[in-house]
Ligand binder design. Structure first.
Ligand code: ADP
Length: 412
């Protein structure tokens, strides 16, 4: 009894150690042939009610080639199969001795009889694998000892093992399905955001051309152009949309591990100035004042486009959450790192949440008050870390936030 209990405890430990589907199946087969049988088969039920053979294992490595032939004979309902019977009745079956009569009654395939005879499989136990109240497959095991037969008391142990195994297999299957679904979602996001971006880029370009022509008119004339105001608002909304789409695209790139860096020697200060230029009109329209202390000589080997993304995310957050108070931007060298500091005097963040907001889809504000997807900081952090750097945050609620990006100056 003690041995049985310690076997089951060990089995639980091994089965809960992995969510990998194939590893779980192979652990179950190993557990069986190392502890309670010489031979083991696992068959799982498919959605259409048929079964497929997913594992065959024999204790003696010399016989594994022969044992693997059992993959050729998956359970077949036409065969009055013991495995199907076990799955249907949802109860274990004990065969004390594999007589010829029994073999004839469970398989019509002479070739299968031959393999079983050669393997000298004798006493058998068939036990249903169950999870969440339903049968998901059958675990079969057999002894090769002609003088040994399983007893009724062995059925209990087999059932206990099958229950643990069923849950482990089911969890691994669900996990793998969830992973597939996540991958499909990320791929969809990536394609969808690409597709959405193309027309938007052209709309924005046209808008900006029209706007710049209108702006070149005299101020009196421009004042009359209510259309100019409308266009400006359309441009703002289009930019917002472009940012949302970019965020979607980037989240799929980061989540699928496709973040590749194209490094070149660039000046952090110049990158920051470029990005600020792009925000200039918005900053003026929204009456933001900002002061800059930028050292253009801070140069390193970084991916320009990705660093621009960090700057653009931090700056748009400072505008969004900055309550129209001044924004301070500093680029400087500090020991062996390049530092970018973006400081606002806005709503700030509860310091208890200052780690959490760097998580995927994590937001510290409600959608009613501020629009956003909660991915900007996540992406920025991933980009900084991919460069061997980091992002730090100092914040006081209602007083403002300071984000400091640190990038190594000597990067590989
Ligand atoms: P989003 O702004 O779309 O929500 P982010 O990932 O950029 O996504 O930011 C995550 C959260 O961090 C925001 O929802 C907000 O609560 C908080 N946050 C980011 N930047 C600032 C800032 N400058 N001031 C106050 N809160 C901020």
């Amino acid at each position: 009894m003690r041995r049985k209990l310690s076997f089951l405890a060990e089995a639980s430990k091994i089965l809960s150690s992995s969510l990998d589907y194939n590893k779980t199946l192979s652990s179950i087969a190993d557990l069986v042939v190392n502890n309670i049988a010489d031979f083991c088969i696992i068959d799982l039920l498919k959605d259409d009610g048929t079964m497929h053979r997913v594992a065959v294992k024999i204790k003696s490595p010399k016989q594994s080639k022969l044992a693997n032939q059992m993959y050729r004979f998956p359970p077949d309902p036409k065969n009055k199969d013991a495995i199907y019977e076990c799955a249907q009745q949802e109860k274990p079956i004990l065969i004390r001795k594999a007589t010829k009569k029994w073999l004839d009654s469970v398989s019509l395939l002479e070739k299968e009889h031959e393999v079983i005879r050669k393997l000298r499989l004798n006493s058998h136990i068939f036990v249903p694998l169950k999870s969440r109240g339903r049968v998901i497959g059958v675990l079969t095991f057999a002894s090769q000892n002609p003088r040994f037969s399983y007893k009724a008391s062995d059925l209990l142990l087999a059932e206990e093992l099958a229950n643990r195994s069923g849950i482990a297999v089911d969890n691994a299957r669900l996990y793998s399905e969830a992973q597939d679904a996540i991958q499909a979602r990320d791929e969809f996001l990536s394609i969808a955001s690409h597709e959405l971006k193309t027309p938007l880029t052209s709309i924005l370009l046209h808008l900006q051309t029209v706007l710049s022509r209108i702006r070149r008119k005299s101020s009196a004339e421009y004042g009359d152009y209510r259309i100019g105001r409308m266009l400006e608002s359309t441009e703002r909304q289009t930019k917002k949309l472009a940012k949302l789409i970019n965020d979607l695209l980037n989240i799929s790139i980061v989540s699928t591990g496709r973040l590749h860096l194209d490094k070149e020697r660039v000046s952090l200060g110049e990158i920051v100035e470029d990005v600020i230029d792009r925000f200039k009109i918005q900053l003026q329209q929204e009456e933001y004042s900002f002061d800059l202390h930028i050292d253009r000589k801070v140069v390193g080997k970084w991916d320009k486009v990705r660093i621009e993304q960090i700057v653009s995310n931090l700056l748009s957050n400072a505008i969004k959450y900055g309550e129209k108070r001044p924004i301070h931007i500093v680029v400087k060298r500090r020991n062996h790192t390049a530092q970018l500091v973006v400081q606002d005097e806005g709503i700030g963040i509860d310091p208890k949440r200052s780690k959490e907001i760097f998580g995927r889809f994590k937001r510290g504000v409600s959608n009613r008050d501020y629009s956003g997807l909660g991915v900007g900081l996540y992406i920025s952090k991933q980009i900084a870390e991919a460069h061997g750097g980091k992002i730090k945050l100092n914040t006081i609620p209602k007083r403002g936030s300071t984000f400091t990006v640190e990038l190594p100056l000597k990067s590989s």
